[in-house]
Design a protein around this ligand. Structure first.
Ligand code: FAD
Ligand code: NAP
Length: 337
């Protein structure tokens, strides 16, 4: 266990904000969590950080922060058709994807290059290009900070929703995810129908793509559209794509013929938040040290030398402008500290 007082979170958040915490404690094993519990650590406030790629840090924090780095990749079950693999919470998500692709295990290739650690993936049920974590989820183990016990959660108990789960709602602050088990298919099960994957493969004359081809196509598309946090601070999509009443969706699509609408159920539709923000005139907007990304309006960026508060204020302005112009309330996807 590594511990540092008055530590900076600068190296641990992809927006690149230099906020201080009273103590940064790196957790490398489940035993270290049990030790902290026996010392009464969890009786006071604390926070958990993994890859820091879904966070906006707006102020110094007067609490200790646990940096989750529990490692491990263990095959726990296998048949001719599937394999179940348990990943330690601190494993890097994209490296887990690469591991699965190299082993010809299908299921998470469309989520290539998502930053962060696998222990945070269930928190917002990460998703991209038509796949969500819940599609391959088997179970997870989480440390209950009130009892000191480890609990196993199945898919129902996680209450996964669109960029949402039990751990973002009632379970927030009560559990630390220590491992995640995925059930991956050993049978070919490729989905190239979403977004630009098919057209990128066609440009390369790939008609029968392998897992590696799909992963490479996703990586290529993402690199062309999304800012690399190493070069330009950001936390990916700042807002969720709103799910609205079908009636409002119908009204908007009559008014704006270029608006794409995706059905969720008989009464609700999903609309792209990026379209709303761009249509409202914010794409490429720059305000001092922060702005709205020029290629993807859903991504707020930090050019350097700014603060999380600047991003927060920009986000609030975007939110209220979109509400005024379209009657749609955007919800933050990023966690604000
Ligand atoms: P952190 O930012 O460290 O934490 C996020 C939240 O989870 C915090 O509230 C934290 O307290 C909590 N938490 C973290 N670890 C644990 C744990 N072990 N136990 C309990 N609580 C925990 N997301 C998508 O869904 N799809 C995408 O395609 C996508 N693309 C992105 C692209 C870019 C360029 C960036 C910067 C971000 C993108 N994201 C995307 C958002 C982000 O990468 C994911 O949400 C990711 O899962 C966050 O992981 P993390 O380890 O960085 O979590
Ligand atoms: P895109 O392909 O330009 O599509 C725009 C939006 O329309 C997406 O957000 C997507 O919603 C929705 N969409 C497109 N095709 C769809 C379909 N067939 N069915 C249902 N919804 C559809 O999106 P993009 O910005 O380049 O991102 C590509 C993928 O990466 C998306 O899945 C996106 O969620 C993911 N991504 C996420 C983050 C993040 O931080 N959360 C950052 C970058 C990219 P969904 O978002 O619901 O898929």
């Amino acid at each position: 266990m590594f511990s540092k007082s008055n530590a900076s979170l600068l190296p641990y958040n992809t927006f690149g904000f230099d906020v201080r915490v009273t103590n940064l404690i790196q957790i490398d094993s489940i035993q270290e969590l049990q030790k902290l519990y026996s010392e009464g650590f969890f009786q006071k406030s604390f926070k958990v950080i993994s890859g820091g790629s879904n966070l906006l840090l707006t102020q110094d924090l007067n609490v200790p922060v646990l940096l989750l780095r529990i490692p491990g990749i263990t095959k726990i079950d296998e048949t001719d058709q599937f394999v179940c693999v348990e990943f330690g919470a601190g494993e890097n998500w994209h490296e887990c994807v690469v591991h699965c692709v190299e082993n010809h295990w299908h299921g998470i290739e469309n989520m290539s290059l998502i930053p962060g650690c696998i222990g945070a993936a269930p928190i917002q049920n990460i998703g991209a290009y038509g796949t969500e974590l819940k599609d391959v989820f088997e179970s997870l183990t989480a440390f209950n900070v009130n009892t000191g016990n480890f609990e196993i959660f199945n898919i129902e108990q996680c209450q996964f929703g669109y960029r949402d789960s039990f751990f973002k709602q009632h379970g927030q602050g009560k559990y630390i995810i220590t491992s995640v088990t995925l059930k991956l298919s050993k049978l070919a099960n490729i989905n190239t129908q979403y977004g630009d994957i098919q057209s990128v493969l066609s440009q390369k004359n790939i008609s029968n793509p392998s897992l590696k081809d799909v992963s490479a196509a996703v990586i290529e598309i993402r690199k062309s559209k999304l800012p690399d946090p190493q070069l330009l601070g950001n936390s990916g999509s700042f807002f969720k794509n709103p799910i609205i009443d079908k009636q409002l969706g119908d009204e908007l699509s009559k008014k704006y013929v270029d608006l794409k609408i995706f059905p969720i159920n008989d009464n609700q539709v999903k609309i792209p938040a990026a379209w709303l923000i761009e249509k409202a005139g914010w794409k490429g907007h720059k305000r001092k040290n922060v702005g709205v990304h020029e290629k993807q309006a859903l991504v707020l960026v930090h050019f350097g030398g700014g603060s999380g508060t600047e991003v927060y204020e920009l986000a609030k302005d975007v939110q209220s402008d979109v509400a005024n112009k379209f009657g749609v309330q955007l919800e933050f996807e990023v966690n604000i500290w």
